[in-house]
Write a protein that binds this ligand. Structure first.
Ligand SMILES: *[C@@H]1O[C@H](CO)[C@@H](O)[C@H](O)[C@H]1NC(C)=O
Length: 444
């Protein structure tokens, strides 16, 4: 029996070791859609596209072989769409692109044929002023766009394969670790973007340019453009946006820094890196999410009599994005929470800083609503940035048909108040007559 247990243990251990080795032995294959224009139909917008399944076997060392154990091309992939990619930077090997086996969601990946061309934009034009290695450009070029799970990685690679070969080499890789960035107002924001150039390529060290564009609902503008050839920034109207030039050169870190997040910054930012005749780009979404501030009027609430309707308003202001759920709650003396509904919610208004405000008004009829002697009236605002609450105390005097004691107490209170006011009024008017004559006359 002891022997059997030992054998079992060894078996399990061996299995674990094997699994770890396979997982650790580099880069799993990546399935992609190969998308291109249908041949023979000309070009332009509306050209029909064809979409075929493809697979990339990845090597990070050009001298190694893809182990046979990993070459399991699915039957529905044509042999002409099998690629043996050399990826020195291991950009395709990120775990974000390789979900655990059996997971339902898959990373997105698309390969397109790519045609190298001189760039037209001003800040990249200088890259191709001296005609660069045109022979080198005569090859099969591809661009691959891949998106990892959970927005952990957005990747755009340009690859080159000697004409007719199926062994493309990654030449330029641009990626972002933050597909979506959320920020509150006033915060410093980093939109991640980094690039890598294959050091074995003749394009390595021949210069680069970086561009950040902003896009929102069809509108676009240049945020920032750095011309590496002349070491200059293009002129833009944008302020408070910068790159760290030192880390741009040291590590290819093209992260955009926005000094102070504002509502107008919400949108999509596209990071483009230009090499001579090549470019690759990734997009980063910035969401400015600011929860509302709440204020209640009137606060405190006046004492109310049973059956008396008290109107109370709650204003939510300074929030973004627009979507907001306002409602009212009542917390009785017993601590129980009841919903009082939405109240009547007004349309929204927009402040000059782009944030929104909205108001809800509640008619509180303590007897109809059965609010007893009162309690806490709460305004609740549910927003993407968090839930906010504000409250006031509601005091109902003399509940359930005022008792004689209550009535008498109220009369007594009223009498005392009346007396007090009378006395105060008399004191004020007698002391005021001397120095505020004119005002006095008007009142008379
Ligand atoms: C890139 O630069 C930004 C801003 O300077 C920095 O916060 C970030 O950590 C850098 N990323 C890497 C990978 O070095």
């Amino acid at each position: 029996m002891a022997n059997l247990a030992t054998i079992l243990k060894i078996c399990v251990l061996t299995l674990v070791v094997c699994v770890v080795q396979v997982a650790g032995s580099g880069c799993p294959a990546l399935e992609c859609w190969f998308v291109q224009e249908k041949p023979g139909r000309g070009g332009g917008i509306g050209t029909p596209m064809s979409q075929e399944k493809s697979i990339m076997y990845i090597r990070t060392d050009p001298d190694s072989e893809v182990p046979d154990s990993q070459r399991r091309t699915p039957a529905d992939i044509s042999p002409s769409r099998v690629y043996y990619v050399i990826d020195l930077a291991a950009s395709f090997c990120s775990s974000a692109l390789h979900p655990p086996a059996g997971s339902v969601t898959k990373p997105q990946c698309e390969i397109n044929p790519f045609i190298p061309h001189a760039s037209m934009v001003k800040w990249a034009a200088a890259l191709t002023e001296s005609a660069q290695s045109p022979a080198y450009l005569q090859a099969d070029w591809f661009s691959v766009a891949a998106q990892g799970l959970d927005g952990e990685l957005t990747l755009s690679n340009v690859m080159r394969a000697p004409t007719g070969s199926k062994e493309p080499n990654v030449i330029l890789s641009v990626s972002s670790k933050t597909a979506v960035v959320r920020s509150r107002l006033g915060e410093r924001v980093h939109l991640d973007c980094g690039f890598w150039v294959n050091p074995s390529s003749p394009l390595f060290g021949t210069g680069f340019s970086v561009e950040w564009r902003y896009q929102y609902r069809g509108e676009g503008r240049l945020v920032l453009a750095y011309d590496g050839k002349s070491d200059r920034f293009a002129e833009t109207t944008e302020t408070g946006a910068e790159l760290d030039i030192a880390s741009l050169y040291e590590t290819g870190n093209a992260t955009l820094i926005l000094e102070e997040a504002q509502v107008r910054h919400s949108g999509t930012y596209i990071c483009t890196v230009y090499l001579p005749h090549l470019l690759a780009q990734v997009a980063v979404d910035l969401e400015i999410v600011e929860p509302p501030s709440l204020s209640i009027f009137p606060s405190p609430l006046p004492l109310s009599l049973p059956g008396q309707v008290v109107s109370v308003q709650c204003e939510a202001s300074g929030f973004n994005p627009l979507s907001l759920d306002l409602s009212w709650e009542f917390v009785g003396a017993d601590g129980k929470v009841r919903s009082l509904g939405q109240g009547s919610v007004t349309g929204h208004r927009q402040a000059s800083d782009g944030t929104f405000s909205q108001t809800t008004r509640l008619e509180l009829d303590s007897s109809k609503l059965g609010l007893g002697r009162g309690g806490e009236v709460r305004c609740v605002a549910e927003h993407a940035g968090g839930t906010r609450r504000a409250s006031v105390t509601l005091n109902v005097i003399g509940i359930s048909a005022p008792s004689i004691e209550d009535s008498m107490a109220m009369v007594a209170v009223a009498l005392v108040l009346y007396g007090l006011i009378k006395v105060l009024f008399w004191m004020c008017s007698s002391s005021d007559t001397s120095d505020t004559d004119s005002k006095d006359k008007k009142e008379k």
